[in-house]
Design a protein around this ligand. Sequence first.
Ligand code: GAP
Length: 517
Amino acid sequence: MSQQGDLFRKLVSHCKEYGFIYQSSEIYDGLSAVYDYGPYGVELKNNIKDYWWRAMVQMHENIVGIDSAIFMHPKTWKASGHVDAFNDPLIDNKDSKKRYRADQLVEGYMDKLEDKIEKEVEKARKRFGESFNEELFRDTNERVVKYREEYEMVRQRLATSMGQGDLVDLKNLIDELEIADPDTGSRNWTEVRQFNLMFSTQLGNIAGEEGKLYLRPETAQGIFVNFLNVQKTTRQKIPFGIAQIGKAFRNEIVARQFIFRMREFEQMEMQFFLRPGEELKWYEYWKEARMKWHLAIGTPASKLRFKDHDNLAHYANAAVDVQFEFPFGFKELEGIHSRTDFDLGSHQSLSGKKMQYFDPDLNESYVPYVVETSIGCDRMFLAMLSEALVEETVPDAQGEDASRVVLKLHPALAPVKCAVLPLVRNKEELPAKAREVFNKLKLSFLCQYDEKDAIGRRYRRQDAIGTPYCVTVDFQTLEDNTVTIRERDTMLQERIPIDRIEEIVLKRVDMKNLLVG
Ligand code: GAP
């Protein structure tokens, strides 16, 4: 198994072992691509949502939040285009009976070409040592140039067939590239056909098509249909935004890679309403603002990149993904889209209700344009864990203490902020004193009291869930009211008066640290 594959496997088992994420309905062998968040998972997820909400709503006078219902009038999804066009190209393998997304099979082929290029570069780097000129090598090496040309040909062909909805050409491409079922190697494929990703259900008191409801596949439409309600009740002037966090549902054809692609997931979306003609200015603004948000938690810039969409949807005039380097490669973490007036315009046509804004500065009414930022909360969770989970050796330690697994999460996002540990539990005074400290601290942030097992083991347990501070109550505490405080990343311990614990912890876990700048 590759190093990255190994890291991913460890991450998934860490999530289960330490109560971050469980497979849904596990006792019935699980439900595919549906997951439950455990005690530490829910804390971390809530902190991610809190960070997003504060950065978007609290920090912007002209952004307000809503919480709209999951069920919406079925015409919503007709107007938004989801009934007719929210499809993925599906292909079945006749031998293995496995189902795939045709575009993802081709993308997998492209990933392999990229891997081949990187392998050639690495080989040459080793061969030439310090004199290696990477740029020149990439431009001139015969094999690299050949792989790059092939990559570009496949990329263009995929973009065209997807853009034009040409399923026959997509199938031809799979055949020409001799793409095989990744699990079995069989090339016995069906034709490619479209598959709508919306889940539907039925209203109890209305039979047939009339009563058909959809589980929302994005939260954004709840914002669009409430645009005028919010504008009128908050007296916002354009440009202004509406933010929302909530569940979304998609019947994904292939849902692998843990919580990366789920059938039930959570989105954090913001629609920014603006004057027609100003959309590209605001698009650039939000690209920069969102990248800053990602970098503020300590994600290295090398792990993030923008990727322009090869194919613009018919209603968009600009679209980019923020990609993160997951253990399985660079993949979409967030989307930023300039959606023109498509959504409001469509709702206006289908509902017959005006979706216009009167602009007092221009003295005219118009349907606003929209720039959207949309990020999956679960994907953000996965990105953070894959960056934070570290296995490291501990200097000067032996035996089972010689290495540790630590979650180096930003302290403001860590599930538990401080653990209070009596050094031993068989002397009654120590647990009693530690409880006294714990009861005081829990008023300010989430704390944990733990007296079980040797102190080293308890430190390791807290490292594994990312707790920034451990406070140990020992015999000296009983004499002079001081404790030791241990910092997670450096493992350095300091002796401080009990009265200073709250101030030290609060200083590091304060969300303000992420919002300034
Ligand atoms: N309103 C725009 C929209 O929904 P999207 O690119 O389809 O755009 C936005 O989704 C974000 O939602 C993605 O960048 C991703 O983070 C997250 N997302 C989409 N599908 C997902 C899935 N099946 N599982 C987990 N997250 C998903």
